[in-house]
Design a protein around this ligand. Structure first.
Ligand code: DX5
Ligand code: ZN
Length: 218
């Protein structure tokens, strides 16, 4: 199966976002990953829907929007209108998740559900029948540049097996601490989308680094 690379712009400088998006536009990455944080669900604050919509016209790449926010329902319309292609919210929020799934779908946007490292995969089992992707967090959400948690590999295998056994059409995206080595473990365990932030941005040339990571897995 093909591996999709979803570079997380959180690894780049916010003062340089036009250049980051234009570099990624020229790269082999299919997705661009946007980490939205509200300072409440996670102890960090990033950007809102306007930031995303301002960048929407710079590229046709798939905008993979990861909402690490509590009040998804309140702001969902703005992320829908902002030009998201995939919207993923967290299982751990206190909202009616089926309503969120339906609302996203009604707008012809793909929908994902994300789980934190401490959340057992069986808790989201039923949602695997209604979403397009699952994000398995391999770091505690909130910050880029953390180390990959090896103890999440079993979870990737279990979800992947469940998806196969039930013939579901669900992508498995891994978010946190991805590099060549950890990415390989995830792909072997059944993942097919890799988010990469600091690993790509700490290299000299973002386009070359992204293409190399893509080619390594394809
Ligand atoms: C963490 C974010 C990740 C992060 C990944 O809360 O969801 O997308 O930016 O960054 P790295 O690849 O540096 O772990
Ligand atoms: Zn993310």
């Amino acid at each position: 199966m093909k591996t999709i690379i979803s570079p997380s712009i959180l690894g780049g400088s916010f003062s340089n976002m036009e250049k980051v998006i234009s570099d990624l536009d020229q790269s082999k990455a299919e997705y661009i990953h946007f980490d939205v944080m509200d300072g409440d669900f996670v102890p960090n604050l990033t950007f809102g829907p306007q930031f995303i919509s301002n960048l929407r016209f710079k590229t046709k790449k798939i905008f993979d929007v990861h909402l690490m926010i509590k009040r998804v329902g309140t702001y969902l319309d703005d992320y829908i209108k902002g030009g998201s292609d995939i919207i993923t919210f967290h299982y751990e929020i206190d909202e009616n998740l089926n309503e969120l799934v339906n609302k996203i779908r009604e707008n012809n946007i793909k929908v994902g559900i994300a789980i934190k490292p401490k959340t057992h995969w069986l808790e989201i089992k039923k949602y695997l029948h209604t979403v397009d992707q699952v994000i398995i967090m391999t770091v505690e959400p909130g910050f880029g540049g953390q180390s990959f948690m090896n103890n999440q590999i079993k979870k990737i295998e279990d979800i992947s097996n469940y998806i196969k056994e039930n013939n579901l059409d669900v992508n498995i995206e891994i978010d946190g601490g991805v590099n060549y080595e950890t990415g390989k473990l995830c792909i072997q365990a059944g993942a097919n989308i890799l988010v990469a932030g600091s690993f790509l941005f700490k290299q000299e040339n973002l386009i070359t680094a992204t293409n190399k990571l893509n080619d390594f897995f394809n």
